[in-house]
Structure formats: C-alpha cells, structure tokens
Design a protein around this ligand. Structure first.
Ligand code: G
Ligand code: G
Ligand code: MN
Ligand code: NA
Length: 254
C-alpha cells in the first residue's frame, strides 16, 4: 500500500494522535497553553513524526481532512480538560498554507467549535509566513475573519521566512513565535542575541505577545526572562507529551 492510501485510511482507523507541548509564562513558569503536534501511530512503522507525512499530505490534499481532525481533536481535548478543572489553557494548532487558503476554513472552524463546545478564545492558530502565497489582501481578509471569530493568530518560525515588516503591521495577529534557530545560540552568539532582543522589542512595540521555541536550558530561560520574552516553549520544560502525561505535567506545575 502506498503511503498516500495508508494516510487516507489512517483517520478512520484512528491512527493519528496529538501530543501537547507546554507553553509557559517566562516569569512565573506557569503553564499558559500548549501546542498540539500530530503523530501517526503506524501499525508497522511505529510512531511516525509529522515531517515524514505532512509534506505528502499537503501535496495530495489530504491535509484538508487531517487538519480538520487535528482541529477537532485539539478542541475536544481542551474542552474535556476544562470540564475537569484544567481551565484557561489555550491550545495552538499548526495550519499549513493550503489549509489557510481553503475557502471552507471558516466554516470548518465554526463547526469544530460548535461540536466541541470550546470557546474560540481558547484556540490559537500557528501560521507561517508562507501563507502569503499570492494575494496579500485576501490573506489579510482571511486573517481578519479568523480574528473576528475570536481566535488568536501566531506567526510561527518567525525570522526564517520572508518577513516584510510592512505586512506584519497590517496583519491582525496576536503573537510572534521566534524560531528555534535563533534561540540555539542566543547565549554564544552576540548576533543572535541582538536579533532575538530586537524581535522581542518589536513585538512589544506592536502590542504583540512573543514566544520563543526550542528553549533547552536554564541559561536560555534566564536570558529570555531578562529580555522580557512573554512565553517560552522547549525541552527545558517539557518535550511534547501524550494527553495523559500533559495533564499530569500541568497539575504538577500550577
Ligand atoms: O512535533 P515535531 O517537532 O516533530 O513537528 C515537526 C513539524 O511538523 C513542525 O514544523 C510542525 O509545525 C509540523 N506539524 C506538527 N503537527 C502539525 C499539524 O497538525 N498540522 C500541520 N500542518 N503541521 C504540523
Ligand atoms: O510548528 P513548529 O515548526 O514550531 O514545531 C515545533 C517543533 O519543535 C516540534 O516538532 C517540537 O517537537 C520541536 N521542539 C520543541 N521544543 C524543542 C526543543 O527544545 N528542542 C528541539 N530540538 N526541538 C524542539
Ligand atoms: Mn508550530
Ligand atoms: Na517553528
């Protein structure tokens, strides 16, 4: 069976699973939310990471139904946690360019929120700069629709794409997510340190929240605290966790 046809069957066979990586308040260490990251529990191949199938899913259009499943599962899980007292957490899902430009995206989001009962303010979407494919006006309009629904929008991998500051100013976004590649050497490289400090400053000046990903040690955490980065995500706190493990992590860290 080809990977493509296996992928088609994977949803009904319930082979996809979401892991959740905590996003914490840099100052207090309190868990504010989590990024949902898909994995494929393949019957023969074991746990398949997203970079092995998401590109194919994007090329074949399978990202449509898979992305819808991700949104539904992330919202369902967050609502279930809220109902058992784990309240106030924001769940972030990754949205590929193809999903973003889908004319039915708004309808799909609406349906998922309605079916799961999650309030839109507890859902965030991570989009990369690659969403600006053709028409900047329709990109902004799609963002505005999502924003009007009450969702938060974050720019993922910030600093690696083609970031026109002019577009950034016009985007109705809430958060910049500074790419891991800048955090890796933030202690050793004065250039990377200057870049990260500048992006943090830019975010604050534009009234955006800023989060750094790929934080792996206490030196990086302390540096980011000193430079007033709002949130951090990385192995220093936790790798992405299965739902049950994530729940335990939050209960132990509040
Ligand atoms: O979890 P991991 O580090 O392996 O994720 C690798 C990449 O896969 C990340 O860049 C992430 O954005 C992407 N990814 C993970 N889950 C999803 C998803 O549900 N949808 C999309 N479009 N991409 C995802
Ligand atoms: O969507 P995005 O490209 O931001 O995906 C985040 C990816 O980064 C996930 O695959 C996640 O497993 C990975 N990641 C998160 N924190 C760390 C970290 O501290 N170190 C490393 N090496 N990878 C991380
Ligand atoms: Mn992401
Ligand atoms: Na990233």
């Amino acid at each position: 069976l080809s990977m493509e046809s296996e992928m088609r069957k994977a949803i009904e066979r319930e082979e996809f699973v979401l892991h959740y990586q905590p996003q914490v308040d840099t100052e207090t260490g309190r868990v504010l939310g989590m990024e949902a990251l898909i994995r494929w529990q393949h019957p023969d191949k074991g746990m398949v990471p997203p970079f092995h199938f998401i590109p194919l899913a994007e090329d074949t259009g399978m990202i449509g139904p898979i992305g819808e499943w991700v949104m539904h599962e992330a919202c369902r899980q967050n609502k279930a946690w809220q109902d058992t007292g784990l309240t106030g957490l924001k769940v972030a899902v990754n949205l590929s360019a193809r999903q973003f430009s889908d004319r039915q995206l708004l309808g799909k989001v609406d349906k998922v929120l309605d079916q799961t009962g999650l309030h839109s303010s507890f859902l965030e979407m991570e989009i990369t700069e690659s969403i600006i494919m053709n028409d900047i006006e329709s990109t902004i309009s799609q963002m505005e629709h999502l924003s009007e629904m009450g969702l938060d929008l974050a720019i993922d991998d910030f600093g690696t794409g083609y970031s026109s500051l002019n577009y950034l100013k016009r985007f109705p976004i809430n958060k910049l997510k500074i790419d891991k590649s800048f955090i890796d050497d933030v202690i050793k490289s004065t250039n990377d340190a200057k870049i990260v400090a500048a992006i943090i400053g830019l975010s604050h000046n534009l009234s955006l929240k800023v989060i750094c990903e790929g934080v792996e040690d206490s030196d990086q955490h302390n540096w980011l605290r000193k430079h007033k980065c709002n949130e951090i995500q990385g192995y220093y706190f936790s790798k992405p966790l299965a739902a049950g493990e994530f729940e335990r992590f939050v209960r132990e860290n509040t």
